[in-house]
Design a protein around this ligand. Structure first.
Ligand SMILES: [Zn+2]
Length: 232
């Protein structure tokens, strides 16, 4: 067996273990193809500003993860992205399960308050609520995505350290520089409707939070579950 196929086997084993973990923790969890989902087609209509919604992004709506057609078909091009994505989406499912509908309100606020414009039936001043549709920063969405992206970065680190026999320090620096830079752009761009444009502040938050994991082993239980699967 070549070294490459051994790595690939390790990757598949870990992917299977994470999927099983999600299945055990999230009742009725399924992975659904976006192109087969009327709900995703409807969402892509409303998310017109995100041109690659159907083909470039994975979307989680409890209890399912919706994937583009390329998902799971990368054959030998194994890498940590699939594992990062599954861990990221698991955190969303975990949060949605414990917070219930509060998760949805936090995630969709403040834009969801535009629905109050229906109050215009009684008084036209309620139409002002349409201003909530503007790309205003979203502390709720930022907090939820911060947790999910943090685990994504850590999964990349754990996976790279495990698959490649090089210095751990190099991978730690990689997730703290390139990794964090890529991540904060997900917060300040249209991908999540400009949820947090303050990149410098966010970079500090990520770096401090990652440091706390490395120095003080500060990791919440659901993130620890993922670490135990990957470093098993
Ligand atoms: Zn997310």
């Amino acid at each position: 067996m070549s070294a490459m196929s051994l790595k690939e086997l390790q990757h598949l084993k870990k992917r299977g273990a994470i999927l099983k973990h999600i299945q055990d923790r999230v009742p009725n969890f399924k992975i659904v193809q976006k192109k087969d989902s009327p709900l995703m087609k409807l969402l892509s209509f409303f998310l017109f500003f995100n041109k690659r919604f159907m083909t470039g992004y994975i979307t989680t709506i409890y209890p399912n993860i919706y994937v583009p057609s390329w998902w799971g078909r990368r054959h030998k091009k194994w890498n940590s992205i699939e594992l990062e994505t599954l861990a990221h989406e698991y955190i969303h499912l975990y949060d949605r399960k414990r917070l219930g509908w509060l998760f949805n309100v936090l995630y969709l606020s403040p834009q969801i308050f535009a629905l109050l414009a229906f109050g215009a039936i009684w008084n036209l001043w309620w139409l002002l609520c349409l201003l909530f549709l503007l790309p205003l920063p979203s502390p709720g969405r930022t907090w939820l995505e911060f947790r999910a992206h943090k685990v994504g970065l850590l999964v990349r680190y754990w996976t790279l350290c495990d698959y490649k026999n090089k210095t751990e320090e190099k991978y730690w620096n990689f997730i703290n520089s390139d990794g964090v830079n890529w991540t904060i752009r997900q917060f300040s761009s249209s991908i999540h409707y400009y949820m947090f444009p303050f990149e410098g502040f966010l970079r500090k938050c990520f770096i401090n939070s990652l440091k706390d994991v490395k120095m003080n082993n500060k990791l919440s239980s659901e993130m620890n579950e993922i670490r135990n699967i990957l470093l098993d």
